[in-house]
Design a protein around this ligand. Sequence first.
Ligand code: UFG
Length: 340
Amino acid sequence: MTTVMVTGGAGYIGSHAVLALRAAGFDVVVYDNLSRGFADALTGEAFRGVPLVQADVGDRKTVQETVRRYGVQAVMHFAALAQVAESVAQPALYFRNNTVQGLELVEALLDSGVNLFIFSSTAAVYGEPAVVPIPEDHPTRPTNPYGMSKLSFEFVLESLARARGLRYVSLRYFNVAGADPQGRAGERHDPETHLIPRVLRAAAGDQPVEIFGTDYPTPDGTCIRDYIHVTDLIDAHLLALRALLTSTEAFTRVYNLGSEKGYSVREIVAAAEKVVGKPLTIRELPRRPGDPAMLVASSARIRQELGWQPRLGLDAILATAWAWEKRRPGAARRTRDAES
Ligand code: UFG
């Protein structure tokens, strides 16, 4: 049986990867320093028996011990800091965590004989798009240290592939949302900055929904994004893992992961109203600094090369996110009271 180490496995996307890997018959070890993840994200029947190694990815000794102890053969690397505004205020923190510690991780893995690696990259590597939908060969001009730290790490991977035989897939995520359809995992950030969970939290707490910017050059004046269900996103990781495991030669790929459909902030709010079954009050605020007007992926490359096909649309994203919001640890008391 193949053992996969999941860094950031106690976080939002990583915890969904753990579920999918186990369902597909892989052994999993979670590696997470719990700086942004939650140990209790790994509780419940579906996570029973999954070991958690609590350490930094830059801790080479612990990485190598983990590889030896569990017989790790491949790594999915989700652990990262991922808040754009925080990265602007503290760039060194982002380069240290996302780039430098990532380099330590990959070198430690290669030194231990592990050369199969899947990386969570981001649409933020593109910056302000010159064309939409955005293909992978679009110029990469990140506009914030978060995107820069992820792009720098892509260069690390590319260089180590040439020099040391690393085989990797870098997946550039667009807007990941939704929760496990069986309710075993979901989104839980502190603070929460993402649109969909913020809209649903506002709905649960009878607070106004905040819209950042209504004067963008889009049909309704609000930003357009490409939302992809976390389950579809993780399916792509499984396809990438299988491709790495069966490849016999150098394997280095970069793929976008998006649904290829764009929704404006107002469209998301309108769709959320249907799911929560009540009208939402909107508060229009100024633009959030650094938000591009429109980000929509071309995912043609991964569809063609790996046969990936996203299955869950916006309704499923909102329905699963809403189901999770109502039972999420730390959710508004009002919501729990309403349920009981
Ligand atoms: N927005 C609101 N109100 C909110 C929250 C967000 O109007 O309460 C707007 C934002 O201004 C933006 C859109 O909703 O226009 C989506 O915002 P998110 O924060 O959900 O997502 P982003 O597109 O900003 O961020 C995503 C990823 C980041 C990545 C970035 C690349 O989550 O990791 O894309 O631009 F860096």
